[in-house]
Write a protein that binds this ligand. Structure first.
Ligand SMILES: Nc1nc2c(c(=O)[nH]1)N[C@H]1C(S)=C(S)[C@@H](COP(=O)(O)O)O[C@H]1N2
Ligand SMILES: [Mo]
Length: 383
């Protein structure tokens, strides 16, 4: 090490106990950041499994609000992590680029895991934020990349924690409020102030997105692109015009096909409306983190399936939409049998708006918004 190198000879390394930068702040912010990342990882994994279920995975039908809670936590913890990452990087900044000679396998593990950790966490947070804003300035498929990189981030975090454990324990044992020595020409900032700024930043960031999923925080939803506006008081993710179904959905020749095995039936919207109607209070909970409570009425899916002799099994729902990633979904058997699972014809007391899925759409309990297929054309029991 060259001791006259100005990037190394900072207040942090010259007076390790007295700079606002250093392990005292890094370890404390690190605990909050690590917790946020863990919550984000677990809730993200759940959301992925619900959408691409491994054979062993079972997601419950009830409580109806569970996905709303886990996905809200996913987005809130991810957004709260942004200021924490910035403060954490600031607190270790001079050391991050220290030119040290490779010393041992542990040195490689430490440096390598930090590079992977910083890179993957910044990737996850920036792609996640862009997705909330429905902004896709990249060429890769967001869900796949975001999912794969999550394992890199959590793995690198585990290695980082293991390698740094002695440093972390030591730093946490030292008080955070030692008055710092500003050094020549430096501004005096206390560690307490830095930590306070980190907590305040995380709280403000969390509030700014929590408002799109927690009703009484709606006033604070600065970062929320869809915080409650839309026809019938519910935001719209993709309009009928965007999906290219505005004409077919409103056409007089519209029929819903319901099929099981070799039996199938067709229903006009009027025939659906003439069937016994059921009601349910179920939220729309988008993977992007916004959600809204709503009152639905329509035909119970199980009543509709009974007309073709349903004997159980997963159910495939297909939209009038010709292309588009979310034109179809599969509903696991326990959801299909639930009394709250509706083929909705009305929302909040009015006939379903075209943008909410007219003539009819699926609404099932505890299910990501992306799987609540709109503008249904076909319902069939999977073979
Ligand atoms: N056919 C079809 N259904 C769809 C979608 C879509 O793009 N196409 N988007 C889904 C998504 S991502 C969400 S969050 C919900 C939103 O329902 P809403 O627009 O009625 O609020 O619809 C879902 N149903
Ligand atoms: Mo969504």
């Amino acid at each position: 090490m060259n001791s006259t190198d100005p990037t190394v000879e900072t207040a942090a390394s010259a007076h390790p106990g007295r700079s606002p930068r250093g392990p005292e702040v890094a370890a404390r912010v690190g605990i909050a950041l690590g917790t946020a990342i863990l919550v984000c990882f677990v809730t993200g994994l759940l959301s992925h499994w619900i959408q691409h279920p491994p054979t062993w995975f079972r997601w419950p039908v009830h409580p109806v609000w569970l996905y709303r809670l886990t996905q809200g936590a996913h987005v809130v913890s991810g957004v709260a992590a942004v200021p924490l990452v910035l403060v954490k990087l600031w607190s270790v900044y001079p050391r991050l680029f220290q030119k040290l000679r490779p010393r041992s396998p542990l040195w490689f593990a430490e440096r390598g895991s930090i590079a992977l950790l910083v890179g993957s966490v910044l990737f996850e947070l920036s792609t996640g934020l862009a997705n909330i804003a429905q902004y896709y300035p990249w060429k890769f498929f967001f869900p796949a990349a975001h999912y794969a990189m999550a394992y890199v981030a959590i793995g690198a975090m585990a290695v980082h924690l293991a390698v740094k454990l002695p440093v972390i324990r030591e730093a946490l044992a030292r008080p955070a409020d030692t008055p710092p020595d500003p050094g020549p020409g430096r501004v005096r900032v206390s560690r307490r102030a830095v930590l306070g700024a980190a907590w305040a930043g995380a709280a403000v960031a969390a509030l700014s997105v929590a408002g799109q999923t927690v009703p009484f925080l709606r006033w604070a939803a600065l970062l929320a692109p869809r915080s409650g506006h839309g026809p019938q008081g519910v935001p719209v993710n993709r309009t009928a015009a965007e999906a290219g179904v505005a004409t077919t959905a409103a056409a007089p020749g519209y029929r819903l096909v319901v099929a099981a095995g070799d039996r199938s039936r067709e229903f006009t919207r009027a025939e659906l409306t003439a069937m016994p109607q059921a009601e349910a209070n179920l939220p729309i909970a988008c993977v992007e983190g916004w959600s809204a409570a709503a009152h639905w009425s329509g035909v119970r899916l199980r009543d509709l399936l009974d007309t073709v002799g349903y004997r159980g099994g997963d159910v495939r729902l297909t939209s009038l939409e010709q292309s588009g990633l979310y034109r179809g979904s599969v509903l696991p058997a326990p959801f299909a049998a639930d009394r709250d699972t509706l083929i909705a014809l009305a929302l909040n007391g009015e006939p379903l708006d075209l943008d909410h899925g007219y003539p009819c759409r699926l609404i099932a309990p505890n299910r990501p918004g992306v799987l609540q297929t709109k503008w249904l054309s076909r319902i069939e029991v999977s073979a």
